[in-house]
Structure formats: structure tokens, C-alpha cells
Design a protein around this ligand. Sequence first.
Ligand code: PEP
Ligand code: MN
Length: 370
Amino acid sequence: MIVILDPQLGNDSPETATILEYLRAIPGVTPKVHCVTGAQQVLTEIYLVGDTSTLDRNAIESLSGVSRVVKVSRPYAVVGRHAGDSRSYGFNYNGVTFNQDNLNIFAGLCAVDTAKHVEQMMQAVAQAGLECTRMGAYKPRTNPYSFQGHGAECLPWVFELAGKYGIKVIAMEITHDTHIAEINQALEQSGHPTGVMLQIGTRNTQNFELLKACGRQNEHPILLKRGFGITLEESLNAAEYLASEGNRKVIFCLRGMKTNMGDPHRNLVDFSHVPVIKRMTHMPVCIDPSHSVGTRERAPDGLLDLFHATAQGIIVGANMVLIDFHPKPVSALVDGPQALTLDELGHYLKDINIAREAYLKRQHLAGQEK
Ligand code: PEP
Ligand code: MN
């Protein structure tokens, strides 16, 4: 059960203390306080952990300072959207808003290689009017002899360049909890010129200790990739690891499933799950067409499969796109064959706008037909 307090009550108000005292006195139930910083307000929610089957919901709802009581109907209590639960969450990070209604594009390098390429990429992003990018410093590679990313060494100049081009958020994968401290240190030393969204890759979706470490810090939002060989439910439970530790700034990313049934694509594109995740959880949903499609093949209609897959995610309401670009894909150290080139960025964004407008029209029509 989730006890939602009146928006104006902080977690240290006298009313909150009285409510907590009441809840703590219930045998077999442990109240856990969560503060949710939304786009408009800070909400305080109390999660009742334990056997809540005999609790009198009306009695709790009648306590002064309680706005509503929601019955938890999914195992992922915090990130889940429960029956009759119309709460809308979103968050703001470094001046950028993330929620289930808007759209942010993260075009960038799969892996940081040279300062020149990072600068060319960021310049193109800024010129296109975008404020976010992707930059991989820590790369989880299938083969131990493959390039593993520049790691902490590149962070100072990557962050500095981001500041130069007004990039507000960089999605950056981490593969170990020590990377969080390295990122924080580099941000501190460079004077926080940008923000970092911590990306947890598909190979680490169920790395529970990494999830807990990311969830314990509340500074950076987290982009959690769906596990490529586990069920959606299992990946949503992984997202709960982040939120249950206290960080609710979680975005869920679809990146395709590992099966030969998706051939000739690198993975089976799973973007029809965008609206499914939006109805099952409060998380904004990201699509990663690069790692789903994995090729630059073009259909006879003139459009790259990458453009088609992106449109498929956008037209069903995706809130974020993570996409590989590279100034010179043939020289990219990771995933060059799936990278779009900088002169394709303008076309890509125009194509996204067409699909986004179509989605908004579909949403409007659904509202009228209801
Ligand atoms: C990536 O985004 O660079 C990446 C490695 O993705 P995934 O974890 O989805 O394979
Ligand atoms: Mn990649």
C-alpha cells in the first residue's frame, strides 16, 4: 500500500510525524518514506512493506495530511502504475525535463574515441538545437581484446567540451559502481559543466549490486536498458531495485531482444512495448534503435531501417531516443557499422518530427473518440 501525503507536507512536518507514528504502530507493517521530486511539486509517499491485507484503507485515508491511499497491484511497487493510480511523475535534471509525455533525443558517440570526434559530435548536436548526447567512456565488450573505452581518463575533456557546446545531459554507461565516484570527481574538478545520466547496459540489467549502488545516489538519473534475454517483468523488477533504494529518476530503455528471430537485425526490435511500459509503470520510455537494428541497411523506399525503427517507437509515444552517430563511422572503435553520420542528423530529426506529430494526433483523436 502507498500512502500519498498532501503535496504541501514535507517529510519532516508534524503531520507526517503523526501519520508515521500511526503506521509504525501497526503490527507486521514497516513504513518506508519516499520523497518524489516531480516537475511541479515534491510529493511525500509512505510505502507500507509487509502484510497489508487486513489494513483499513479508509481509516488511513481519513488521517489528517493523507491525500490518497493506493493499493499496490504490481511487484514493482515504486516504479509501478497500480490499479486506479493516475499519478503522473516526471523529473527535471540539469534543466531538462523527462516524463511520459515529452521527447528528448540523445544523439552521440557509442564510444568516446578522439577529442576531435567528440567535439565534432557535440557541435553537430548543439547546431541541431539539441541539448543531450550519448558518450561511452566505459564499454562492456564481448571480447577482452576489443577496445574497452577510455574510462576515467577521458572524462575531464569530454565534460569540458560538453560545457563548451551547452550540452546539458550526457548518457554514459557505467559497468562498475566505482565509475560513479569517478564521474562525480571529474564533474567536480571541471566545475559541473554538464550533467550525466548513468546508463546501465543490457548485460548488467540484473547486476543487482550495481543497481543498488546507482539507486542509492540521488544526483544522477538512470537509464536502465531492458535485459536482452529476460522477460519484461524481470527487467521492470530490476528498475525497482533502483527506485527502492531511493532514486526514482529512472528511464527504461528498449534496445531489442537477443534472438535469431530478429535477423537480419542485430536484435528483435521490441518497440511495441513502449505503451505497455507506460501503462505498467511511471517511467519515461526510451528506445535505442542503434542497438536494436544494428545495421545501416536501407529499404527500397529510401529510408534506412534505423529511421523506420525509430519512427515505430516514436509513433507509439517513446519519450527518449538513444542513437549512435559518428563523424567518421569507418574509424569508430565501437559499433561503426550502425552509426549514422553527422550530415544525416538533420534528416533524422525531421523524420522523428513527422512520427511525433502523428503520435500527438493519434493521442488527440483517442481523447475525442473516448
Ligand atoms: C550501448 O548503448 O552502448 C550499449 C552497449 O547498449 P546495450 O547495453 O543495449 O548493448
Ligand atoms: Mn554500442
